[in-house]
Design a protein around this ligand. Structure first.
Ligand SMILES: Nc1ncnc2c1ncn2[C@@H]1O[C@H](COP(=O)(O)OP(=O)(O)OP(=O)(O)O)[C@@H](O)[C@H]1O
Ligand SMILES: [Mg+2]
Length: 464
């Protein structure tokens, strides 16, 4: 079993230390200290997930300990314990970077709740921090490849809209980079150092989604044994990314709309609105206009989200990006996998460039990774290391195969169709030079001409 997180409890009164310990001991591993000096010394060589700190103590007081902590650690959450008369000081403690304060005598529920909020908030912030340290510019445009005009337009819009609080709706087929663009918006905004929370509306069961978004009060439904903070509250001052928003039920869409309009949420079972300052970015690979026509998506929400919308084109519609993406992923993956320089055979590159990429950038990324892993360390990587759909031609072959096997088409028709298609492509690539096309196909010009006539395409291509 994983060990419990450590909570450091610092107070000069034994009674206070003990009662905080009692409340938190199931969830945390408590360490009790009776002075500021002891706390500073302990923190020199130990770490905690959370600190409770009395303000008024003889010797080094709580505020000074807080300042010392902040010099070393910007995230470690510190909650001040204060007697009612020092609430003013507690407020200045907040300015020094305390997470919250609790007045003595404290409420057991409140203590638990503040502890949860503080540790969860800290872990979110650490995640963000780690992400930026580790991958620094990953979500800068440096690492979003797009030379095509359509992608350049998207970058322009992202740059313009990122600093504003405007809701952004990102549309595009699966694997086109919607999430990457959502992150770019967050990291180019003034909220970049605040949390970005992500919620996939399709991945969470309908009945839990509302409490996941807005939280719930204890006892609000059978399984609600504890109060729960929702993602909107966690995203306070930051950004919430609502992925697959097209999958949200109309009832919840109505609630989301109210949140967007009023800037406040209501926990499930709660009776008081909570103000939240959250920037919403939503994404979908569903056609929302169709969904609206079918009555599955509310038009008022659509228009509210659609203030700024970005439509990321499929990779088929921006073929000029493919070579850049290939280079980018080969560089990135060889580094990540600790491989040396790799070289691609001409045939491999040819297939990568001519494949229609129905799974868009994600598919391209996966194919490259697989090819690098499976391919030889020495010499060029040949097309045999590509998945069969790239080698055997586009998905059409699968489709035709099904048609034959289900009795909708004869084998000889299917073979003719395939031959017609491949001869046509060979002629295309050689600018209709039949001699060169024949040599690509491993045959003679005479036989090629014969096949073309037989397939009824002889007259279609001018002879050269
Ligand atoms: N323009 C790009 N440049 C570099 N990498 C990209 C680009 N677009 C997408 N990727 C990479 O492709 C993968 C898929 O992108 P992402 O997850 O953002 O797609 P998505 O549109 O959210 O897909 P889905 O609809 O399936 O969730 C990610 O690893 C992402 O980093
Ligand atoms: Mg996605």
């Amino acid at each position: 079993m994983a060990s419990k997180p450590v909570v450091l409890i610092v107070d000069d009164e034994a009674g206070v230390r003990e009662s905080v310990r009692m409340v938190l001991k199931d969830q945390f591993d408590p360490v009790l200290l009776d002075s500021g000096e002891a706390a500073i010394e302990w923190l020199e060589s130990n770490t905690a997930a959370l600190v409770y700190l009395d303000i008024l103590m003889p010797g080094i007081d709580g505020l000074e300990v807080l300042e010392r902590i902040r010099e070393k650690d910007r995230i470690l959450p510190v909650v001040m314990l204060t007697a009612t008369k020092t609430v003013k000081t507690a407020v200045s403690a907040m300015k020094l970077g305390a997470f919250d304060y609790i007045t003595k005598p404290f409420d057991v529920e409140e203590l638990r709740m503040v502890s949860d909020r503080a540790t969860e908030n800290a872990s979110l912030r650490r995640e963000v921090e780690e992400l930026r340290d580790a991958v620094g510019t990953r979500y800068g445009f440096d690492n979003i490849i797009g030379e095509s005009e359509s992608m350049q337009d998207i970058f322009k819009t992202v740059t313009a809209v990122a600093p504003l609080k405007t809701t952004v709706l990102i549309m595009g087929e699966s694997g086109t980079g919607k999430e990457l663009i959502a992150k770019a918006i967050h990291f180019h905004s003034t909220r970049a150092d605040k949390p970005m929370v992500t919620l996939n509306c399709a991945a969470i069961p309908e009945n839990l989604l509302e409490s996941e978004l807005f939280g719930h009060e204890r006892g609000s439904f059978t399984d609600a044994v504890e109060r729960k903070i929702g993602q909107f509250e966690y995203g306070h001052t930051g950004t919430i990314f609502l992925d697959e928003i097209g999958e949200m039920s109309p009832a919840l869409q109505a609630k989301l709309l109210r949140v967007l309009e009023q800037g406040e949420i209501m926990r499930v079972g709660g009776n008081r609105p909570i103000e939240v300052d959250v920037r919403v970015v939503a994404a979908t690979n569903r056609n929302l206009q169709d969904a609206m026509a079918e009555g599955q998506f509310r038009s008022d929400l659509y228009y509210r989200l659609n203030v700024v919308s970005l439509e990321i084109p499929s990779l088929r519609e921006r073929k000029e990006d493919v070579p850049h993406l290939i280079r980018h992923f080969v560089d990135m993956k060889t580094k990540e996998l600790g491989l040396g320089d790799r070289e691609l055979a001409a045939g491999t590159l040819d297939r990568l460039l001519n494949y229609p990429w129905p799974g868009n950038v994600r598919e391209l990324e996966n194919v490259i990774e697989r090819m690098l892993v499976l391919g030889p360390a020495q010499g060029a990587i040949g097309p045999e290391h590509l998945p069969s759909e790239l080698v055997d031609g586009p998905a059409v072959t699968m489709h035709v195969r099904e048609q034959v096997l289900s009795g909708h088409k004869s084998l000889s028709d299917a073979v003719d169709e395939f031959e017609r298609d491949i001869i046509g492509e060979a002629l295309n690539r050689t600018h209709y030079n039949q001699t060169r096309a024949a040599s690509i196909l491993g045959t003679t010009r005479r036989i090629l001409k014969y096949r073309m006539d037989k397939l009824g395409i002889g007259g279609l291509f001018a002879e050269r």
